[in-house]
Ligand binder design. Structure first.
Ligand SMILES: Nc1ncnc2c1ncn2[C@@H]1O[C@H](COP(=O)(O)OP(=O)(O)OP(=O)(O)O)[C@@H](O)[C@H]1O
Length: 287
């Protein structure tokens, strides 16, 4: 197996101050809620790490943070200097979430600007890659939709590319198109789509069913001229492992689903490779 990491570094939008230790920020968005955005974000992050990269994940879903549960994280992150926060670690990747800073049952009753400012602070004040000499990829799990938070974050954070998650269902692709348009409007390159819950194979009889419809992701990708980066099955193991805090890429790396996430990760890297290179190599930007 070739384990040589193929790490990309890309130009970011002008006028945005890049995070000094982060080479590529990948935003994971969706139009509709519940389509599997967080599940995709954590498994993609782990799959990128399995390709040999140093990876972090930021849970930007302030109103429904699920990354701590999906990564099996508990407790509070450390702040040795009282100014910056150490990211927490799980399954070989770094993670930060508003959910790690508040009680689990505390609702975030914040208006858009407050949530956005809390998130940009969380992003900037976390010592990403502090122990590993930097991160190759920081995966940001955005809240669903195209509201104030997503828009402001997309404008404020130097995102190398966005990945849009949808199910094949019309109501989901319709909203995914809005997310795609939003990224285009704020000049964040759309790397492509992920079609989640594309097919369900019965564990008893092997019958394949397209519960949420068939070909929706492919059609949308063709219509908008963006790649279909991956197609994930609707599978009980993906749900169970997410709930258990050991996502399927970590728990069952040889499973069909994990192999599909690894392919997604390689496609994301390949898409980033097609973008213009950043002027500064990571070794220099880390100085
Ligand atoms: N491919 C899959 N197979 C089976 N279950 C899945 C799959 N993808 C996601 N799920 C499950 O669907 C539910 C919603 O997934 P997830 O929380 O990742 O969605 P989301 O789009 O991030 O939701 P939200 O809008 O709340 O942020 C979870 O219970 C998750 O375990």
């Amino acid at each position: 197996m070739n384990t040589t990491p193929r790490i990309s570094a890309h130009a970011v939008q002008p006028n945005l101050s890049p995070l000094p230790r982060v080479r590529n920020i990948i935003a994971i968005g969706s139009g509709k809620g519940g389509v599997g955005k967080s599940t995709t974000a954590v498994n993609l992050a782990l799959a990128l790490a399995a390709e040999g990269a140093r990876v972090g994940v930021l849970d930007a879903d302030v109103y429904g943070p699920s990354i701590p549960t999906m990564l099996g994280l508990s407790g509070r992150p450390d702040s040795p200097d009282g100014k910056t926060i150490e990211p927490m670690r799980a399954h070989g990747i770094e993670a930060m979430s508003i959910g790690l800073l508040v009680e689990q049952d505390t609702p975030m009753i914040w208006r858009g600007p407050m949530a956005t400012s809390a998130l940009t602070q969380l992003l900037g004040e976390t010592r990403w890659g502090g122990q590993d000499g930097g991160l190759d990829y920081l995966v940001i799990d955005l809240p669903p939709g195209t509201g104030d938070i997503q828009l402001t974050l997309a404008q404020k954070i130097p995102v190398a590319g966005a990945v849009i998650v949808t199910t094949p269902q019309d109501v989901a692709t319709l909203d995914a198109k809005k997310a795609l348009k939003m990224f285009e409007k704020v000049q964040v390159p759309v790397l492509g789509l992920v079609e989640n819950m594309a097919v369900h194979v019965c564990t008893s009889c092997g019958h394949a069913e397209h519960i949420f419809g068939q070909g929706g992701g492919e059609r949308m990708a063709a219509t908008y001229g963006v790649p279909l980066l991956g197609s994930l099955p609707l599978e009980i193991g993906i749900r169970e492992q997410g709930d258990a805090g050991t996502p399927i890429v970590a728990a069952a790396p040889a499973s069909t689903a994990a192999v599909a996430y690894r392919e997604l990760a390689r496609n994301v890297i390949a898409e980033l490779d097609k973008r213009p290179r950043a002027a500064m190599p990571i070794s220099a930007s880390l100085l």
